[in-house]
Ligand binder design. Structure first.
Ligand code: NAI
Length: 734
């Protein structure tokens, strides 16, 4: 789709000629209302005329575009912005482009040469941008361009004043990019090269003629479009080429030794290493920069207090300290519900009496009245909704910047249709994704002491990264891409205009989904649908097409939220069956944009479903753990075979009677798990009750202790029981 600026108001300073004129024409051509600002000065900043701006406005209007002229100097930013507000009622885009030159060798640079250049370039850009800032903040949209120059980036003979002001603009842009991030204001810097009256004196006429300003304008337009999320970046451009620049930092060298004074000789001796760019790093933030410096202290100054450890350095730099946060628990929350909540939820995720199959979820008098499996997210989110996350030590972050990144839900038994559930949430990990932090929150939901379901919320906190943490976690339930073939089934379903208004009644009261002004603050044109509402739609599409709407077949779901859905749009769920796993991807039908990605639903096989029912009646909790172990063997069986190299037989007892047998072959091929006896192959046979097995798995009972107290009986090669921890260790969370 072509990029339109319809409805946007753009100000281009110094657009009476040169590059600015080109930008103004291009914005107007694509529907923007343009303020053509130009003082009409000569190249040195002298003189004044309205002719330059007027001419460009006439050109725009002649082509049917919308434009007004403004003749104020950019030093009077308030006046310049006021003319945009007077003419068009808003300001969306500011391109700081106005400029002059007063080139002199440094020795001959006068105070006036210095001050004039700084007043027009640096102070002018500051003044105009500050006047626009609050308008952009309030409307939660803004795009700002600063214009620097190669002379600023690299230095240039005779341009000390200009170089200093031009690189000053980059510093200004870097900070605006950070301060504007949460208001959907993006600020970038460009260093153009084009023929203009400014470059006439330094370029040959041929170059001036061929380096056309229209080769720069398309980049400016893209950077100013709402689709472009680029922020805090620097670009060089000319002749149709565009490149991005960034900082590089050598590995450097520590030239100080523990308990010794630091000397210039040591600096001299390490100079080559200090300046060696082999394996250079590319720090992107003050936090990243500071972190590596502060962490040097830990190597040199022992006992130096909090500042002397890398972890403390991370906390100091960003307010996020995984070492402190991980493992912290939120206060438990309880959730009481009746069939009414189950029905409200089902309506919230688009169920309708139009489909006779849906009645079992909508009518409490139906003989199979059931709760939709994805209702399992509702009790667990109560803990987070209470704002519990902000009270966690080590998570000193801006919670207005939180996005729901991913969700995993696993049911251990079909959900009841009424009752009181208790949820316990634990911070499972905090990851550093650079541009933000990801908090993994594991929530276990119980009915009494029976574990009903497990949720993993993956919450992205924009701007909270750079604390030097890990990027990935073994604790994360990973999203999985779908197979590379056409989907096996595609289901299309429309959401209604009031879908979000209805869904929120199930417990997510965030005004983002109902209040237009709140949505605008988040950078959205209108309130958006809850990600977990689309999640509910997608899950029931799978349930309908692959499990005959039988909730006991549902085992688990994972999704990654990619883009928002607007209420009223249609959801298209594409599904691929791979055994009991149904991969899925959800798109907005109208735009073809993927909204849920890397998603899947795991179903119990038709035979396992009866096992699910068994569990429902309180039979075996260990089934679920074995199922999980089975999955893990599928994923990383070879590694387990290498570590364990044995066949384990399990006898699980219930009420002192044998209730299930499992054979875990971690010796042959890439490992396997099946239900049933080992048939003499077992190296070791372990007998344990269902309850004690769960105690061991949850880390409440040490396997060795269980053995010595007689709760866990081992036959065969007893030494192999030591390997149990390797097999069970990842299931402590279950
Ligand atoms: P230009 O001289 O054609 O355009 C600059 C415009 O700014 C002029 O129309 C001038 O009247 C206006 N202006 C000057 N002082 C003003 C003030 N106080 N208030 C409002 N308007 C004012 O020059 P060009 O080449 O189009 O430059 C545009 C920007 O690009 C400048 O900031 C320049 O420093 C920068 N630049 C240009 C390069 C090139 O190769 N043309 C190279 C690097 C940077």
């Amino acid at each position: 789709m072509s990029l339109s600026f319809e409805g946007r108001v753009a100000l281009v300073t110094g657009s009476g000629g040169g590059l600015g004129r080109e930008y103004a024409l291009a914005f107007a051509e694509r529907g923007a209302s343009v303020v053509v600002n130009d003082l009409g000065a000569d190249t040195k900043g002298g003189g004044k005329s309205s002719a330059a701006a007027d001419k460009v406005v006439e050109e725009i209007r002649a082509k049917g575009g919308k434009a007004v002229a403004n003749y104020d100097s950019v030093e009077d930013g308030e006046k310049v912005i006021q003319s945009a507000l007077d003419a068009f009622g808003r300001i969306d885009i500011v391109v700081n482009n106005a400029g002059i030159l007063r080139d002199r060798s440094f020795a001959r640079t006068s105070d006036l040469d210095w001050d004039l250049i700084h007043r027009v370039h640096l102070r002018g850009s500051f003044s105009v941008t500050r006047a626009a800032w609050n308008h952009m903040k309030n409307q939660a949209f803004g795009r700002i361009i600063m214009t620097t120059s190669a002379a600023g980036i690299y230095g240039n003979f005779g341009q000390a004043n200009y170089s200093a002001a031009k690189l000053g603009l980059l510093g200004l842009a870097n900070t605006l990019a950070i301060e504007g991030l949460r208001y959907n204001i993006r600020c970038n810097t460009i260093a153009p090269v084009a023929g203009s009256r400014l470059t006439e004196t330094v370029m040959t006429p041929e170059l001036v003629a061929s380096l056309k300003p229209e080769y720069i304008a398309p980049m400016v337009l893209w950077l100013c479009h709402e689709q472009c999320q680029e922020n805090g970046a620097l670009f060089e451009a000319g002749a149709g080429w565009i490149g991005k620049l960034r900082w590089e930092r050598s590995q450097g060298s520590i030239v100080r030794q523990k308990n010794q004074p630091m000397t210039p000789e040591a600096v001299r001796d390490q100079w080559d290493k200090i300046c060696d760019f082999t394996d250079a790093t590319k720090p992107k933030s003050v936090q990243e920069s500071l972190l590596s410096i502060v962490s040097v202290l830990s190597g040199l100054d022992s006992g130096g207090g909090v500042g002397a450890t890398p972890t403390a350095a991370a906390a100091l730099a960003s307010g996020v300290n995984p070492a402190e946060a991980v493992g912290q628990k939120l206060p438990p929350s309880t959730f009481t519900f009746t069939p009414a909540q189950c029905i409200l939820y089902a309506l919230g995720v688009g169920m309708s009496t139009k489909d006779p199959d849906h009645l079992r979820f909508l009518y409490e008098g139906h003989e199979d009245f059931s709760c939709l499996p994805t209702f399992g997210v509702i009790p667990s989110q109560a803990a987070m909704m209470d704002g519990g996350l902000s009270s966690i030590p080590g998570l000193n972050i801006d919670f207005t910047q939180v996005l729901h990144g991913e969700q995993y839900l696993e049911l251990y038994k079909p959900l009841p249709t009424s009752g009181t559930l208790t949820s316990e949430a634990t911070v499972a990990d905090v990851l550093d994704k650079g541009s933000g932090a990801v908090i993994l929150l594991d929530v276990k939901t119980f009915s009494g002491d029976q574990l009903i379901c497990f949720n993993q919320f993956s919450v992205f906190v924009v701007g909270a990264g750079g604390f030097g943490g890990r990027r990935t976690s073994d604790n994360a339930k990973a999203a999985v891409p779908p197979p590379k073939r056409a989907p096996d089934v595609v289901a299309i379903d429309s959401t209604t205009r009031d879908q979000a208004a209805l869904y929120r009644l199930s417990g997510d009261w965030n005004p983002l989904h109902i209040d237009p002004s709140f949505a605008a603050m988040g950078g959205f044109k209108a309130p958006i649908l809850h990600g977990l509402c689309s999640f509910g739609f997608a899950a029931r599409h799978v349930l309908k097409h692959f499990a005959a709407n039988d909730p006991s077949r549902f085992k688990a779901i994972k999704v990654r939220f990619v883009k928002p859905v607007m209420p009223g749009q249609s959801l298209q769920t594409e599904m691929w069956k791979e055994g009991n796993r149904i991969h899925l991807q959800c798109k907005v039908k109208e735009t073809d944009a993927v909204v849920l990605a890397g998603a899947y639903v795991d179903l119990h096989g038709a035979s396992e479903a009866s096992l699910g029912n068994l569990t429902q009646h309180g039979a075996l909790q260990s089934e679920l753990v074995f199922a999980e172990i089975g999955r893990r063997i599928k994923d990383s069986g070879s590694e387990l075979v290498r570590k364990v190299n044995a066949v384990f037989a399990w006898e699980i007892t219930k009420d002192s009677r044998s209730a299930a047998e499992w054979t875990m072959d971690l010796k042959n091929g890439s490992g396997s798990l099946h239900r049933g006896p080992a048939g003499g192959k077992a190296d070791v046979t372990i007998t344990v009750s269902d309850e004690d097995f769960m105690e061991v798995v949850q880390g409440r009972l040490n396997p060795q202790k269980a053995f010595f107290s007689g709760k866990l009986k081992v036959r065969g090669n007893i030494m192999l029981s030591q390997k149990l921890e390797v097999i069970l260790k990842d299931h402590a969370k279950l």
